[in-house]
Ligand binder design. Structure first.
Ligand code: EPU
Length: 788
């Protein structure tokens, strides 16, 4: 092993200084290119899990070094590298790095990192990631792909085309590229090294490539650069250090201005002045075709299987470069047609006739506009976007541009900022971006600060024909994946309930309960007939998906976190049917009990008038043996039809059923389909009188405000309402939940109450009844779901 020696020449120039660890870096005199590519050493990488660092680790392993690395997280990438020989440590401990001759560190690592500290004390060579990359590149004929947008795609495309062209290039790109196999690869057979240059911290000025490809230049990374001038200076240095040709996008104003005067410049673009020009462009859903013209000469047609006009520009740059390297156009065109996208670049996560879910890494306004333009051109009905701003500094600096970037989205849900390695800036949140988009005049914007709820906000407004796009460089794609996973199930549920039925994702149950509280149902499903209901039961059983059946939600308190699994609401179709046969009324589980009472009136069937006062459905009334006016459901029910846990239908007569006060155990694990109610012939006047008595009783003794009916079962000795009244608890409130002043057994929602408030109030009442009367109140209202 050759130690770093004094007589080796220094070939790296001092890296530009940043606010992180750079201030403390010492680069010892060292022929770094030879050290890294012609010798074999022990090298430790600090922050090895980062996307750029893992590429360096892969190259160093392929170059035969003994490589160790540390990071506070392990990733699938570090797992893969471990299989290739990386010694990985999930902590930054100096002793793990002490055998190393050189330390390479990521720009995300702070200067007080213990490994950097101890390496400094030991006088070791410490190099930045970009320095290591620049040094590795110097031992080959370097090709740098630079620019603000499209670097990863274009560098991957370049490596792919050169590889197919038989040039055996080595490569280093910023993301996992399926078609290349890995994000970095050292090929000893080839002369070229293709690398994505990172302009974010000025380190592209470290490169001395043979050729440079400049995609575009604009204001970005304003945490590091003062302005566009400062950015252009760094690009100008890269250009000056390029020995061969400069390929540049002539349609990008800044790139063109900077490169035009350069004698070895080769331009590409759509305009007539371009050396390599695309004509006859045809944009399709996920592809495009165009002809390529080189200084007036037609080279042939190219097909690109990655969408968007911006990718035609990227491909033109690659065509220009590969042509100048001597690869025949036919060969270039053939390999371009095979090129697949990098991960997180318009990556299709879910595709069905009803929905298309796409993830994109776009986090700069220009990228967002380009991606949304592509999304629009796909031709789906609407484009719904979930956006996670990336870095506080960018959010603040480009907020106006972000405000104008979403014109092509029908709906935008913005979540909070992904910090990356930045500390928060006071007042800078996702709300700032949402406000800017609104101020720009966009009608469909909302802010959801909780990242884990973003998929719900988008999923709940989803309609057949929509394209959903997740945008951002942080972890917003997890939300798209969560939506995709639920959509797989939702689509199967939709197939079960058919065209007539309804399936919604994340339906707020506050819309479906009389109390108007409750979080969302993961899957809200409305079957219209017994067959679909039975099939749903079997599907949920087979998929291990929780199933909860809900009627009108009149005796229900759903917690704020909502209900996981399928919430089945049998309604419409067969479930709303009411049929009269003599003195018997057959009613579907979704029919309202009130309607049964009125059907009785129409057919002169008495004895059912009390049902007028029950706000629920037949299914709900059966489930809890609801009662009013001294009567209860099973005094009138003579037959129940239900589905068992396997979806099999059964019919039972009243004498076969076990029924208790506010409790019908059969429906704890089975599901009501319909019931037959029996009354007795009665004169109309008598029926009307009883109906009016019931209405009068409700009007005078019960609140009209939003409630779930009686909250507690009546204890043996007394009425719960009377008890609460006597305890002086009327009007007691928690937040917007309040004990009704009309009836002590009702809790009313004064507007916007939460389930948590309701539950706290219930507990207070129970505690008082226990303490003062020794009575254990039992809730009659059904409490379900997850805490918020
Ligand atoms: N009372 C008070 N103060 C109050 C409430 C009631 O003094 O704040 C007295 C009443 O004056 C009456 C007695 O308590 O003397 C019983 O009250 P009520 O007649 O209203 O009957 P309840 O037992 O409280 C039951 C059902 C109601 C149903 C009514 C009317 C239960 C738990 N409640 O109420 O059902 O509407 O009878 O028939 O069985 C429901 O189940 O959700 C429901 C509202």
């Amino acid at each position: 092993m050759k130690p770093a020696s004094e007589d080796c020449s220094v070939t790296t120039q001092p890296p530009p200084q940043t606010g992180s660890a750079a201030g403390s870096v010492r680069t010892l005199p060292l022929d770094l290119p030879a050290f890294l590519t012609r010798e074999q050493h022990r090298i430790h990488l600090v922050g090895v899990a980062g996307s750029g660092m893992s590429g360096i680790a892969a190259l160093l392993l392929e170059l035969g070094h003994t490589v160790s690395g540390s990071d506070k997280v392990s990733t699938t990438e570090t797992d893969r590298l471990q299989r290739l020989g990386l010694r990985f440590h999930e902590q930054h401990r100096p002793e793990d790095a002490s055998p190393a001759d050189v330390i390479v560190f990521s720009s995300a690592i702070k200067s007080d990192n213990p490994i950097l500290g101890s390496a400094r004390d030991a006088g070791k060579s410490i190099v930045r990631r970009a320095e290591a990359l620049a040094a590795i590149m110097r031992s080959k004929r370097g090709i740098v792909i630079a620019g603000m947008h499209g670097k990863t795609t274009t560098s991957a495309m370049t490596a792919h085309v050169l590889r197919e062209g038989g040039l055996h290039p080595s490569h280093y790109v910023g993301a996992e590229i399926p078609i290349l196999g890995t994000n970095a690869h050292w090929d000893p057979r080839g002369e070229y090294f293709v690398a994505e240059g990172d302009e974010s911290d000025g380190t592209i000025a470290l490169f001395h490539p043979e050729h440079t490809l400049i995609l575009n230049i604009e204001e970005e990374h304003l945490d590091f650069y003062a302005d566009l001038d400062a950015i252009e200076k760094v690009f100008a240095q890269l250009i000056a250090q390029t020995a061969g040709k400069i390929f540049y996008n002539v349609d990008d104003e800044n790139a063109a201005r900077l490169c035009r005067s350069f004698t070895r410049g080769i331009s590409y673009g759509f305009g007539e002045t371009a050396d390599y020009r695309a004509v006859d462009i045809q944009l399709k859903d996920f592809a495009s075709t165009f002809r390529v013209n080189h200084r007036g000469q037609d080279l042939g047609e190219a097909t690109l299987n990655v969408p968007g006009q911006h990718n035609i520009h990227n491909a033109l740059g690659v065509i220009a470069l590969a042509s100048e390297l001597g690869i025949a156009f036919e060969k270039i065109a053939k390999s371009l047609a095979k090129f697949e996208h990098a991960r997180r670049r318009f990556e299709i996560k879910y595709d069905s006739p009803r929905f298309l879910l796409v993830d994109d890494y776009g986090h700069h306004p220009t990228e967002i506009r380009a991606t949304l333009k592509t999304a629009r051109s796909v031709g789906r009905k609407r484009v719904l976007t979930m956006f996670q701003p990336h870095r506080y500094s960018r959010t603040k600096a480009l907020r106006k541009e972000f405000g104008r970037a979403f014109d092509d989205a029908h709906r935008v849900v913005v979540t909070d900022v992904y910090a990356s390695n930045e500390a928060p800036i006071p007042g800078v949140t996702g709300q700032m971006i949402a406000d800017e988009i609104v101020a720009h005049g966009h009608p469909g914007v909302s802010y959801e600060p909780r990242l884990e709820w973003v998929h719900r906000a988008v999923g709940n407004v989803l309609e057949s024909g929509d394209l959903v796009l997740s945008l951002g460089a942080g972890n917003i794609h997890d939300q798209l994946s969560a939506l995709a996973a639920d959509l797989v199930i939702a689509e199967k549920l939709k197939d079960i309930v058919g065209e007539d039925g309804e399936v919604c994702l994340y339906e707020p149950l506050s819309k479906h309960t009389t109390l108007r509280v409750g979080g969302p149902a993961q899957f809200w499903v409305e079957p219209r007939n017994e067959k679909a209901f039975a099939e749903l039961i079997r599907f949920c059983r087979d998929e291990n998906l929780p199933l909860f059946v809900m009627g009108r939600g009149s005796n229900l308190l759903v917690r704020d976190g909502g209900i996981r699994g399928a919430v089945v609401h049998p309604c419409g179709g067969d479930f709303d049917k009411i049929e009269i046969n003599g003195v018997e009324i057959t009613a579907g589980a979704g029919a309202k009990l009130k309607e049964v009472a009125y059907a009785g009136k129409a057919a002169r069937i008495g004895g059912l008038e009390w049902l007028e006062g029950i706000p629920g459905t037949v299914g709900g009334g059966l489930r809890m043996n609801a009662g009013a006016m001294g009567a209860q459901t099973f005094e009138n029910v003579v037959l129940v039809r239900y589905l068992d846990a396997n979806g099999e239908a059964h019919t039972k007569t009243r004498d076969e059923l076990e029924v208790y006060y506010r409790n019908f155990p059969l429906l704890e694990k089975n599901f009501a389909v319909s019931a037959v109610f029996r009354g007795a012939p009665a004169p109309l006047e008598e029926i009307v009188r009883k109906l009016e008595a019931s209405q009068e009783k409700r009007r005078t003794s019960q609140p009209a405000a939003r409630s779930a009916g009686c909250i507690f079962k009546n204890p043996d000795a007394c009425s719960a309402g009377k008890l609460v009244d006597e305890l002086g608890l009327k009007n007691l409130s928690v937040g917007k939940a309040r004990v009704s002043e009309v009836h002590g057994n009702f809790i009313v929602n004064d507007g916007g109450a939460t389930a948590a408030e309701m539950l706290e109030l219930i507990e207070k009442i129970k505690a008082t009844a226990r303490a003062k009367r020794g009575i254990e109140l039992e809730t009659e209202v059904q409490i379900v779901g997850e805490p918020g």
